[in-house]
Write a protein that binds this ligand. Structure first.
Ligand code: SAH
Length: 462
């Protein structure tokens, strides 16, 4: 059983630091079910591949238990399964935990990665394989192996050679493999108990909650044990409640209170509206629409022909819908609007076909390591002609009298950026995806610390 992880991000040999395994050496590890070997078939600064070879000993597997022939003769030594997850957790434990002693900054950095799994059993077929990895942003290549070349009539087997390609931090790739390989195999070599719920939630942190197949993943990961599955799903649902944004109701009030004296919110909406009109954007998708303030404003204006709001929070969408209903618009007007529940860090066909996307006070709610996924979802896959992004300018926080020093404006903000940080981010995103970007202050500008909100307007070059 062979797993290959290749990077082409320069210098590619940094993969050795990330995995804590030196590219010049071949290392072996004894595991309870056999040997794991780590070596590098290639290691140059342009391209580096680490191999994890599992040599599973079927005799060791059944030692001490009464066994039948099937326990000795089966596919386990040859395919990727929960044994591979255990090997990843033991042999690459530091990398899986997202730590790197020598180059800690690397752990958060998205790098170009390809994982190749020589034989992956996919119960549910290629369709299910894609359902698991594509929402996470992977490009999936799968080659099926027929059951027996001598007997083509027997048809396809459940075995695939799979390549998964993505630009993301290595720890994210390892977490995805750790959870999803046993899910595809739909079998586990050990008994699952409450610890397994904890492992699923730990390794699923940051991606499982919003994954469209989270129920299937949870059910299979926990070997269809109803009690454990219910417990895990309940915890994930609880996070839904907490995060983004039941917080929205209480915390947004706090944020509004901080920003209120100048009705910054209205100034922000006006600036966004003007940017959309300047760019002739009639079909607009508002990503992270929250309770729909911008949607209401656009809907009242006949300039806009199609308006879509997306949010991960069902609660926020319900409130948005109620408030829109209260406008009592005739159906030919309200028909221009739709609300969809979705996560901005997962590629989604429903985000395509718009003149413009607005991302208003949203990026600072995303975990920094997930920002790269969002960038691709928006600028590479959805690719609207215009993108309007606003985010707080942290330099301005000293001017808010009711905001204690060093505190962010909203409890759910994962970061707030200086003007320089926002502009650096925006410029590199624009350059990577073929956009230009211009910046505009929103709200009263202070000579020293700038304006309270910063806005970037991206235009696709062609
Ligand atoms: N744009 C709105 C709301 C900003 S609050 C306004 O200006 O008023 C941020 C919103 O982003 C919240 O409604 C939250 O639910 C949503 N959000 C945060 N992370 C998200 C994600 N990963 N996918 C989709 N929506 C997200």
């Amino acid at each position: 059983m062979l797993l290959l992880i290749t990077t082409t991000s320069y210098p590619a040999t940094d993969l050795g630091y990330l995995l804590h395994k030196h590219p010049d050496r071949c290392q072996s590890f004894s595991l309870s079910f056999g040997q794991a070997h780590v070596f590098y078939p290639e290691a140059s600064e342009q391209r580096c591949t680490a191999a994890l070879l599992l040599d599973i000993d079927p005799v060791k597997l059944v030692r001490g238990r009464s066994a039948n022939l099937e326990q000795y003769v089966n596919d386990r030594p040859y395919v990727a399964s929960s044994f591979l997850s255990v090997a990843i957790a033991q042999v690459f434990s530091t990398a899986l935990a997202g730590r790197c002693k020598d180059k800690p900054e690397l752990t958060q950095t998205p790098i170009s990665l390809v994982a190749k799994i020589s034989v992956l059993p996919c119960r549910g077929g290629e369709g299910f394989l894609r359902q698991l990895f594509e929402p996470l942003g992977y490009t999936v290549t799968a080659q099926n192996h027929i059951l027996d070349e001598k007997f083509p009539d027997w048809g396809d087997s459940k075995y695939y050679t799979v390549e998964l390609q993505h630009t993301l931090p290595l720890a994210d790739l390892l977490s995805h493999l750790y959870v999803l390989i046993p899910v595809l195999d739909d079998d586990k070599h050990y008994w699952v108990d409450d610890d397994e719920v904890e492992k699923l939630l730990r390794h699923g942190e940051g991606w499982l909650r919003a994954h469209p197949a989270r129920e299937a993943i949870t059910r299979r990961y926990l070997k269809r044990q109803h009690r454990l599955t219910r417990a895990a799903l309940a915890q994930l649902a609880e996070e839904d409640e907490l995060d983004p944004d039941s917080a929205e109701e209480t915390n947004a009030e706090e944020e509004a209170a901080v920003e209120k004296p100048m009705s910054l919110k209205q100034q922000r909406l006006n600036a966004v509206d003007a940017a959309l009109k300047e760019n002739g954007a009639k079909r607009v998708i508002d990503l992270g629409c929250g309770q729909g303030t911008l949607l209401r404003m656009l809907l009242k204006d006949s300039f806009f022909e199609q308006i879509t709001g997306v949010d991960v929070s069902y609660r926020a969408l319900e409130v948005a819908q109620e408030r829109l209903d209260r406008l009592h618009l005739p159906s030919n007007q309200s028909n221009r609007l739709q609300l969809i529940q979705g996560a901005l860090t997962y590629q989604d066909k429903r985000f395509t076909g718009y003149d413009a996307a607005t991302v208003i006070e949203v990026i600072e709610h995303l975990d920094l390591p997930r920002l790269a996924a969002f960038e691709r979802v928006l600028f590479e896959f959805a690719q609207p002609k215009t993108v309007v992004v606003t985010t707080p300018n942290i330099e301005y926080n000293v001017k808010f009298e009711n905001l204690p020093a060093g505190k962010l404006r909203h409890r759910d903000h994962r970061f707030e950026w200086t003007r320089q940080e926002f502009q650096n981010w925006a410029k590199q995103v624009a350059e990577r995806f073929g956009y230009t970007v211009q910046f505009q202050p929103v709200g009263l500008e202070d000579a020293e610390v700038g304006s309270p909100t910063q806005m970037g307007v991206f235009r696709h070059e062609i």
